[in-house]
Design a protein around this ligand. Structure first.
Ligand SMILES: Nc1ncnc2c1ncn2[C@@H]1O[C@H](COP(=O)(O)OP(=O)(O)OP(=O)(O)O)[C@@H](O)[C@H]1O
Length: 261
């Protein structure tokens, strides 16, 4: 088991956000986190990244308390594509992607041949190479998001967390990046935890789903068992119909336009 979260509770000030949540996550699996706005998905990701410390409960990563890891050590294990990122300084796309290699580089050393080849390959695959010399401040939202995605991929970590990481991307780039990540799960046994708003995108890529509401896990298991009309009604308050897509053989959800109780 890579992650073992046991009875995690977290509050911002006196507002409880995660309520006694337990979760085991294993390598080689693509996990999707689904749930309504404000239910605690990003907070869960931040806690798994070690960015927030839970007020109760315990998180172990590879058998060791997450808080026992040094920052640099953790950066070689866990990478994040955050929901929001602000870069005001005029870094180029190449500068930002290269930052993903820092945890692997000796301090003050220039990038090695390997660093450069990893960065070039990932920038090619994320279609960011064409604007490598452009400033982050002078890019579109989708271009910037691809750069941040590339930065996380060049970290070459066993765990990748995606917090609505394709929210600004067009369909071609969404599929390219999700395929790339799914490939890493299959061939390198990467553990991926992705917060995804598009339920059909999650159904197409995730092996398992973590369904959340009000800071709790409502259901957790294989995508086929979690994705039910009842669960979607309970969590999102909408009626839906679940069927198998004849082309992809994955589940698809069609939504009714009137809200459920
Ligand atoms: N820094 C903060 N300080 C105080 N409250 C916060 C902070 N960040 C988030 N919250 C609150 O915590 C709750 C959970 O937020 P979180 O961002 O984890 O939700 P989410 O499920 O990721 O939502 P969304 O789908 O809208 O991105 C929300 O009620 C939010 O208002």
């Amino acid at each position: 088991m890579a992650f073992q979260a046991d009875g995690i509770s977290f509050a911002y000030g006196d507002r409880p956000v995660l309520k006694s949540l337990s979760l085991d996550l294993e390598p080689g699996c693509f996990y999707g986190v689904l749930g309504p706005n404000g239910c605690g998905k990003s907070t869960l990701i931040d806690i798994l990244m070690g960015l927030h410390k839970p007020q109760a409960g315990r998180i172990r990563y590879k058998g060791r308390d997450l808080s026992a890891y040094r920052k640099r050590e953790l950066a070689r294990e866990l990478a994040l594509v955050p929901q929001n990122f602000y870069i005001n300084f005029p870094f180029t796309a190449l500068d930002v992607v290269m930052m993903g290699r820092y945890p692997h580089m000796p301090r003050f050393a220039p990038p090695s041949v390997r660093d450069l080849s990893v960065v070039t390959e990932i920038m090619e695959r994320t279609d960011t190479l064409p604007f490598r010399h452009r400033y982050m401040t002078e890019m579109s939202g989708g271009e910037r998001q691809r750069v941040i995605f590339a930065r996380a991929l060049v970290q070459e970590t066993p765990v990748l967390m995606l917090d609505e990481a394709t929210s600004n991307l067009d369909i071609r780039h969404t599929l390219t990046l999700m395929d790339l990540v799914a490939d890493e799960v299959r061939h390198r046994r990467k553990l991926v935890v992705a917060v995804i708003q598009d339920i059909n995108l999650a159904a197409g890529y995730c092996d398992r789903l973590i369904l959340m509401k009000d800071g709790r896990i409502v259901d957790f298991g294989n995508t086929e068992t979690v994705l039910t009309r009842e669960n979607i009604q309970q969590v999102f308050g909408v009626w839906s119909h679940i069927h198998e897509d004849p082309y992809t053989r994955k589940l698809r959800v069609s939504f009714e336009r009137k809200a459920a109780p």
